[in-house]
Structure formats: structure tokens, C-alpha cells
Design a protein around this ligand. Structure first.
Ligand code: B16
Ligand code: MG
Length: 218
């Protein structure tokens, strides 16, 4: 069987940590005297921590000094990590484990390509750390998605050419990053939102093993 590199985003693809980001960002906004909506939270998916706070402050019309800004970032992350602490395997999104097990069994190289700086502790919590041959996260890149850096680094670590890599992504910026990296993009979510992906599925329960087999062999 030919080898392909399979690169997974984390939040929105493997686990739904967006709900924990939302709780922590909402509390931060409330402390500063405004609120953020679930719709606004959607816009923060796949966006780096710093850019997320800049965006939230713009929404609230709040300006902070550099030290206040950094203090809020640290506090938000501490609260977020306290939610992560309570995570378990039960929070892996449906059929993700099945697809990963197939890929491991078929000896296909697997990478994580996430904007999160907390990717390792999250994967450890849900017991998936050892499934990945390489992890490229927010600590390893200088340019955030839609820049392809995170996926290109993942391909390099897997020793695979970008055109032989397949990316699973739930965010608009992530699909754009995969496309710019010259990889096959598989959107996980809404077809209306991720129409620029090569393929779109609502979630992994819609992906047949035969589809994965075809990706491996073509
Ligand atoms: P952290 P992904 C992204 O994860 C999240 O979607 C985004 O909401 C978050 O701000 C970003 O990670 C940074 O996360 O604060 O943990 O470093 O979708 O790229 O896996
Ligand atoms: Mg994501």
C-alpha cells in the first residue's frame, strides 16, 4: 500500500474544545464589562490565542495596556486548562478513534497540525497522544493559519511531500492553509462554510473506511 500523510487539526476535528475556550473567553469579556455570543465564538475557531483576544477586545471596544493584555491571556489560559483537566476519552468526537485505528493499522503516517499551544496535554487527557507520529502545534509555528506553515512542518516531520498529504480541518482558515500547502483538504463541518475544501463531511461518522482506503491508494 502506498503511504500518504494524514494530518489532523485538533479543536473541532478530534475534540470539541471550542466550548471550553468559549466559557473562558466569555468570563474574560464579562470581567471587562461586555459579553460574547456563541456566534462570535464561531469566528474564533482555529484563530491563535493572541489574535482571539485582540478580536474580542475589538468587539468590546476595550483597550488594554500590554501588561493587562498579557495578564488576561495568562488568566484565560489557566481557566481553559482547568476545564481540560476534566476531559476524558469520552470527549473524542464520534468515529475519530475508528479512523485513527484504521490508519495506524494500515501503517499510514499520522500528524497533528493545530494552532493550540495546549495540544499535547489535551491529547494526553483523551489518551490519543501515542497515535501521532508527529505533533505540530502553536508552539512550533511563527505564522498562524491560513498560512500553511503548520501543515508544511507536519509534512516535513512525516517525511512526506505536501501533495501526498491529506488534512482534516474544521475551520475556514485551516482549509485555506491546507489548500495553499498543496494538500488534499477534507472539511469537517458545514458544506456552506467549508465549500473551498476538496471534500466536506458533517463529521467522521459520514466518512467510510473505503473513502480513506481510496485516499491512501490514489
Ligand atoms: P490555545 P485548532 C485552535 O485549535 C482553536 O480552534 C482556537 O479557538 C484557539 O484559540 C487556538 O487553537 C489556540 O489555542 O489557546 O490552546 O493555544 O482548531 O487549531 O486545533
Ligand atoms: Mg479546529
Amino acid at each position: 500500500m502506498k503511504n500518504k500523510g494524514f494530518i489532523f487539526d485538533l479543536d473541532g476535528v478530534i475534540v470539541d474544545t471550542a466550548k471550553y475556550h468559549y466559557l473562558a473567553w466569555k468570563n474574560l469579556a464579562n470581567e471587562l464589562g461586555f459579553d460574547i455570543t456563541p456566534e462570535q465564538n464561531e469566528l474564533l475557531k482555529g484563530v491563535s490565542r493572541i489574535r482571539s483576544l485582540e478580536t474580542i477586545l475589538e468587539w468590546g471596544g476595550v483597550k488594554l495596556s500590554e501588561s493587562e493584555f498579557n495578564g488576561h491571556l495568562v488568566k484565560k489560559n489557566e481557566e481553559y486548562l482547568s476545564y481540560i483537566e476534566g476531559m476524558s476519552e469520552d470527549e473524542i468526537l464520534p468515529d475519530v478513534t475508528k479512523i485513527l485505528a484504521y490508519l495506524v493499522d494500515a501503517k499510514q503516517p499520522i500528524a497533528l497540525g493545530s494552532a493550540s499551544k495546549n495540544a499535547r496535554p489535551i491529547l494526553a487527557k483523551v489518551n490519543l497522544l501515542e497515535k501521532f507520529d508527529t505533533i505540530v502545534d502553536g508552539n512550533d509555528v511563527t505564522k498562524a493559519k491560513p498560512d500553511p506553515e503548520v501543515f508544511l512542518n507536519a509534512a516535513k516531520n512525516l517525511n512526506m511531500d505536501p501533495e501526498n498529504c491529506i488534512v482534516f480541518e474544521d475551520s475556514v482558515a485551516g482549509v485555506t492553509a491546507a489548500n495553499s500547502a498543496n494538500m488534499i483538504s477534507i472539511g469537517i463541518g458545514d458544506k456552506e462554510v467549508l465549500g473551498h475544501a476538496d471534500h466536506v463531511f458533517k463529521d467522521f461518522t459520514e466518512i467510510e473506511i473505503d473513502f480513506i482506503k481510496e485516499l491512501v491508494t490514489t
